[in-house]
Design a protein around this ligand. Structure first.
Ligand code: HEM
Length: 129
């Protein structure tokens, strides 16, 4: 009797653009994104490899395609995504083993993963150009 029913406002709309994401969340999102980039890149790179191995003319065509600033830039992006996916993947597996899964250590390992990737990305840039 006399009970007041307060209605919760549902559904709750979380606007991801207005929420400040913690570094571990950013690392996690980037890991998924880098996995998808790697997946599509692999298909294109395998096609290029197969085309280059098909004949001498195919090889020369691929050399022609891969020569240019825009393509180098894409290759550098692919290598950076792959580097992050591997580094982030190793981080994930370490966490799966029960290490670095607390709030502070998780944030620290995310920063380390991003830092290592930045270094590898510079190396990839030197390699490509
Ligand atoms: C051809 C190479 C690869 C492709 C195309 C690929 C693709 C992907 C994709 C798309 C995801 C996201 C799945 C999701 O979040 O639903 C994923 C997750 C994952 N990848 Fe890879 N990956 C590759 C190589 C690797 C390597 C070399 C490692 C290890 C160093 C790795 C470790 C992981 C881990 C641990 C996850 C799960 C992360 C989580 O639990 O959120 N991957 N991969």
């Amino acid at each position: 009797m006399g009970q007041t029913v307060t209605k919760k406002q549902r559904p709750v709309h979380l606007d991801l653009r207005t929420i400040r994401q913690p570094v571990a969340a950013i690392a996690s999102i980037l890991h998924r994104v880098s996995g998808v980039i790697t997946l599509f890149a692999l298909a294109i790179l395998l096609w290029l490899l197969s085309y280059s191995l098909s004949s001498e003319a195919g090889f020369l065509k691929v050399v022609d395609i891969v020569d240019g600033f825009f393509v180098w830039f894409i290759l550098w992006g692919i290598l950076t995504a792959l580097a992050y996916h591997i580094v982030g993947g190793i981080r994930h597996m370490i966490m799966d083993l029960g290490y670095c899964s607390e709030l502070e250590t998780g944030a620290l390992s995310a920063k380390v993963a991003l830092g290592v990737t930045a270094f590898l990305s510079v190396l990839a840039g030197i390699m490509v150009w």
